[in-house]
Ligand binder design. Structure first.
Ligand code: SAM
Length: 293
């Protein structure tokens, strides 16, 4: 089972999460609705007239950006997503041929696509880097589409959030990131202690009968500081973090709050710009400007 098959399976309903009319009725918190709002604002502020997106999904976000008068193009590895993306582009009066079916991890395919699509004022990737094996190769692929002085927007699953979840993810973060250089004897004691303090049986794994649920495919978290260093190393400046998908309580106790009140509390936090987002948000964006020399 593959990443493409996972996304093939969600292509027909993917647009629901961006539907403003459903932000109260969608079972899942509409985090990506707020991400798209943020992306449109950042692109507007950057003055970008053209945007390339790696991993467009069904192109609901890209078509919205295109409706803001920006030239858009992009790619995806899921055949179903590409099908929906092309239809979506067409229904917004945009060119369906601007969507390419390719794997961003295939460097030859990226080079050919860069040749075909040209250079852009901004490049973005939302929800894609969790699914690739090599961060440097991925950032290099994003970089290839961006003109000097252009804006990169790179979304990631935030590993720092695990310091607020008090569950298995916290244990993994402490042992695999914080204490990575500590002696094994110390790590063993800490691991035993954490097993008692934390809800290590949570969060439940998201699986599917087809074996390609979100937690069954490669879906990595990233450390914001480390990922920012990768971006910088490609010749970028003015890096900033933007946070979204706020959790005002750690998710395993959120059910103790009235659901409507909880969702309202989440939505009230969206758009926040303080340091708290680094711990309260399960996802973030790196914004960076490509050097001109
Ligand atoms: C979480 S979805 C996000 C879609 C879209 N960017 C959005 O913001 O709604 C991730 C998308 O990345 C695509 N993707 C994952 N790995 C990819 C790869 N190696 N090459 C191209 N696309 C990929 C998936 O097929 C999926 O459509």
């Amino acid at each position: 089972m593959s990443i493409a098959s996972h996304y093939d399976g969600s292509a027909s309903t993917y647009a629901d999460q961006y539907d403003e009319a459903k932000i109260w009725t969608n079972e899942e918190y509409p985090a990506n609705f707020f991400r798209l709002k943020l992306v449109r604002k950042l692109l507007k502020e950057s003055g970008a007239q053209s945007v390339y997106e790696l991993g467009v999904g069904d192109a609901t976000p890209l078509a919205a950006v295109g409706s803001d008068g920006i030239r858009v193009a992009g790619n995806d590895v899921s055949p179903e997503m590409v099908k929906y993306a092309k239809a979506n582009m067409e229904s917004h009066g945009l060119d369906p041929e601007a969507i390419a079916f390719l794997d961003v991890q295939d460097t030859n395919a990226i080079a050919a696509e860069r040749e075909r699509a040209g250079e852009f004022d901004a490049v973005m990737a939302m929800g894609v880097i969790p699914h690739v094996t090599d961060d440097r190769d991925f950032v290099a692929s994003m970089d290839a589409f961006l003109r000097p002085g252009g804006t990169m927007l790179l979304q990631f699953r935030n590993s720092m959030f695990s310091m607020f979840t008090f569950n298995r993810l916290t244990k993994e973060f402490i042992l695999d990131e914080l204490l990575v250089d500590a002696p094994q004897s110390v790590r063993t004691v800490v691991a035993t202690d954490l097993d008692q303090r934390l809800a290590v049986d949570k969060p439940p794994l998201r699986t599917r009968p087809t074996g390609d649920g979100y937690d069954e495919i490669l879906s990595r978290f990233h450390n914001p500081f480390e990922l920012a260093e990768v971006v910088k190393s490609f010749g970028y400046h003015d890096l900033s973090f933007h946070w979204y998908n706020y959790q005002p309580a750690y998710p395993m106790i959120a059910g103790q709050v009235d659901p409507k009140e909880y969702r309202q509390a989440q939505m009230d936090l969206e758009g926040g710009t303080s340091w708290r987002g680094m711990f309260l948000c399960s996802a973030g964006l790196i914004q960076a400007t490509k050097n001109t020399v």
